[in-house]
Design a protein around this ligand. Structure first.
Ligand code: ADP
Length: 203
């Protein structure tokens, strides 16, 4: 893709910059291209979703393994904010889901927990089996969401006022909502400003 080419050149420039200023500029190009690539990927996912072109491929998934893999992928991001990632999923708990979409859902929610988390805080992914359903929760002890913003956070491009993190596009939660609805699940959010946020998905 065009962005991958920009990224490859920027990486090369950053590694071989003749002075510090040029190195910083090349790194800035690299960082912003990564953001652009992530926004494009999210828009493509949503567009395919809205056009009804995505074919759900359900498989039997062991949730604990999947959660561990997702948390492992985000270890570095969490460590940068000294955030502890917790996996609290019973062994043997399995469910029927599209593997790549469930991975995307978990990545988006845990990444948000880190982005909007406090330094030294915790993000926990828990699950329990309940009357033939699975209740999956992603909980953080971060900045929280104001009550007035709660009804809009799943809208495309919506970002709450207190979101100072530049790395977002306001698309992550609309993708989460689409994934939840495509599977026929439901999602609820509860949040207290300054205390933290909890997303609960009934599977
Ligand atoms: P973004 O790319 O801005 O993170 P999202 O669609 O993932 O977009 O989230 C929309 C908005 O919801 C965010 O900008 C932020 O204001 C709020 N939000 C989402 N997750 C959390 C969270 N765990 N804690 C606090 N605010 C959150």
């Amino acid at each position: 893709t065009p962005v991958s080419v920009i990224m490859a050149y920027a990486e090369n420039l950053a590694a071989h910059a003749p002075d510090q200023e040029m190195g910083e500029q090349a790194s800035a190009i690299l960082l912003e291209s990564r953001r652009m690539q992530s926004i494009i990927a999210q828009l493509l996912t949503l567009t395919r979703g809205y056009e009804g072109k995505y074919r759900l491929e359900r498989e039997d998934i062991f949730l604990r393994d999947m959660v561990s893999d997702v948390l492992a992928e985000l270890t570095e991001q969490a460590a940068a904010k000294e955030i502890t990632l917790l996996e609290q999923v019973p062994a043997g708990l399995h469910l029927s889901a599209d593997q790549s979409l469930l991975t995307q859902l978990l990545l988006n929610l845990v990444e948000n927990g880190i982005k909007y988390g406090k330094r030294g805080g915790t993000v926990a992914v828990s699950a329990l089996a309940q009357d033939g359903h699975v209740l999956l929760t992603i909980q953080d002890d971060g900045i929280g969401i104001e009550e007035k913003d709660l009804p809009r956070i799943f809208d495309r491009f919506y970002r709450a006022d207190q979101a100072r993190d530049r790395s977002g596009s306001g698309l992550g939660l609309s993708i989460v909502k689409w994934i939840v609805e495509l599977h026929g699940w439901s999602i609820q959010v509860t949040s207290t400003l300054g205390k933290g946020t909890r997303f609960a998905i009934q599977i």
